[in-house]
Design a protein around this ligand. Structure first.
Ligand SMILES: Nc1ncnc2c1ncn2[C@@H]1O[C@H](COP(=O)(O)OP(=O)(O)O)[C@@H](O)[C@H]1O
Ligand SMILES: [Mg+2]
Length: 374
C-alpha cells in the first residue's frame, strides 16, 4: 500500500518557478492499479518520480507498506534503492550488450542472493511476461514489445512492494499497445501487484485501471473508477479529456431535487441531465455532456419535448462495427455513434433523444488552451 499526502514539488530556475506538483494526495491499496491521467505537463511524471525517490519533493509525506520513505516536515528521505520499488519507463532502458536473461538477473545482483536463487527468480519473471523461451537471446534482437516485457520482468524480479509505470506503452505501435495493455492488466491482476501507472492516454487509463486520478496543472481534479469517470465525470475538464462527448451550452433552469435531474435551457430546447456534484444553481452557465453512443434516433418528437434534438446529417461514415455521424443542429455540431445497421443519407434530418441518466450537467469553465497543449 502506498500513501501520498500533500505532495508538492517546485522547480525553480532564475527565470521561472513551476509548481509541477501542488498538494497532491492519494492512496494505492495493496494489489490495486491506480493511474495518474492528465495532459502533458500536468505533473504525472514528477509525482511518480517523487514516489520512486528520483525527485526530492518540497513538501509532503509518502509511505510504502507502512514505512515512511518521504516525510518533508521531519526531513526524512529514503534513497531510491532502499524503497523496494520497481520502475518501468517509456524508454525500455535495457542493456543492449546483454542477453534477455542477464538483463533481468542484473537487477538482482546487488541483493546478495545465491546464484541458483537469482536464476530461479529471473526465470520466473521471464515466464510471467511470457518470454521464457527468449532467455539466451541478445536483448537488441527483440521487438519493441518484447523489449518492454524484458523491462517489466526486470522490475518484477526484485519482488518489489510496488511497480511504477511511466507511459510504458507510448513507444509501441497502436496494435501492440492494445495487446500490451491487456497483457499488463493480466499480469498485474495475476501477481496482485500494487501499481501506479502514469499515462496521458485516456483509453489506456480506462482499460487498465482500478482507479483513475485525473490531474491538471499539478493538482488532482477527481478520482474514480474508470466507469464512473467515463459515465459521470464531475468536471468539464474530465468530460472533455476522456472519450468523445457533445458539450451543449446552456443555463440551469431548475436545480436537481432529491437526486433527480437538472433542467437546462439550451438553444435546442430544455434538456435534463444529472448534476454529479449536486450543487448547480438556477441561472448558472453549464454544459450538458452527452456521449455520442447515448444518442438514439427517434420518430418525430412531440413539440417542446425534453431531451429532443433535431439535426441534419453532415457526414456519416460506416466503421464496420458502428456508424459515426456528425449532425448540424443550429449552431452546434453533434457527434453520434450508432449501431452498424443505421443508414443515413447526407442532408437528411433526424430526431434524436437521450436518457437524462446518461447525460451530465457540468459547470462551464474555460479549457481550450490546456487541452490544445495536451
Ligand atoms: N527537471 C525539471 N526542471 C524544471 N521543470 C521541470 C522539470 N521536470 C518537470 N518540469 C516541469 O514540471 C511540470 C510537470 O512536468 P511532468 O511531471 O513531467 O509532467 P507530465 O509527466 O504530466 O507530462 C512541467 O511544466 C514541466 O515542464
Ligand atoms: Mg510524463
Amino acid at each position: 500500500m502506498i500513501i501520498v499526502e500533500n505532495l508538492s514539488k517546485i522547480f525553480e530556475s532564475k527565470t521561472e518557478r513551476v509548481a509541477a506538483v501542488d498538494g497532491v494526495g492519494f492512496t494505492v491499496e495493496a494489489g490495486e492499479m491506480v493511474t495518474l491521467l492528465g495532459p502533458s505537463g500536468c505533473g504525472k511524471t514528477t509525482t511518480l518520480r517523487c514516489v520512486a525517490g528520483l525527485e526530492r519533493p518540497n513538501d509532503g509525506r509518502i509511505q510504502v507498506d507502512g514505512a515512511p520513505v518521504v516525510d518533508c516536515p521531519a526531513k526524512t528521505f529514503v534513497p531510491p534503492h532502499l524503497r523496494n520499488l520497481g520502475m518501468v519507463f517509456q524508454s525500455y532502458a535495457i542493456w543492449p550488450h546483454m542477453t534477455v536473461f542477464d538483463n533481468v538477473a542484473y537487477a538482482l545482483e546487488g541483493k546478495k542472493l545465491a546464484r541458483a536463487e537469482i536464476r530461479r527468480r529471473a526465470n520466473e519473471a521471464l515466464e510471467l511476461v511470457q518470454l521464457d523461451g527468449f532467455a539466451d537471446r541478445p536483448a537488441p534482437r527483440l521487438s519493441g514489445g518484447q523489449q518492454q516485457r524484458v523491462a517489466i520482468a526486470r522490475a518484477l524480479a526484485g519482488s518489489p512492494s510496488a511497480l511504477l509505470f511511466d507511459e510504458p506503452l507510448s513507444n509501441l505501435d497502436a496494435k501492440l499497445r492494445s495487446e500490451m495493455r491487456s497483457e499488463l492488466r493480466r499480469l498485474q491482476q495475476q501477481v496482485g501487484l500494487t501499481s501506479i501507472y502514469v499515462t496521458h492516454d485516456q483509453s489506456e487509463a480506462l482499460a487498465i485501471s482500478d482507479w483513475i486520478i485525473v490531474m491538471r496543472a499539478g493538482r488532482i481534479v477527481e478520482r474514480g473508477r474508470p466507469t464512473e469517470i467515463y459515465r459521470a465525470p464531475k468536471s468539464l475538464f474530465t468530460a472533455q479529456f476522456i472519450g468523445n462527448t457533445n458539450l451543449i451550452p446552456g443555463t440551469v433552469k431548475a436545480a436537481a431535487q432529491g437526486g433527480g435531474p437538472v433542467r437546462v435551457e439550451t438553444a435546442m430546447g430544455t434538456m435534463a441531465g444529472l448534476d454529479p456534484n449536486n450543487d448547480l444553481k438556477v441561472g448558472e452557465a453549464v454544459r450538458l455532456s452527452i456521449r455520442p453512443e447515448d444518442l438514439a434516433i427517434t420518430g418525430a418528437g412531440a413539440p417542446g419535448a425534453e431531451n429532443a434534438l433535431t439535426g441534419r446529417v453532415r457526414v456519416a461514415t460506416f466503421q464496420g462495427s458502428a456508424v459515426e455521424a456528425e449532425l448540424a443542429a443550429g449552431e452546434e455540431t453533434i457527434q453520434c455513434h450508432f449501431g452498424r445497421d443505421v443508414e443515413l443519407a447526407q442532408g437528411a434530418e433526424i430526431n434524436l433523444t437521450f436518457d437524462p441518466l446518461s447525460a451530465v450537467v457540468l459547470r462551464d469553465e474555460a479549457l481550450e488552451d490546456e487541452l490544445d497543449a495536451a
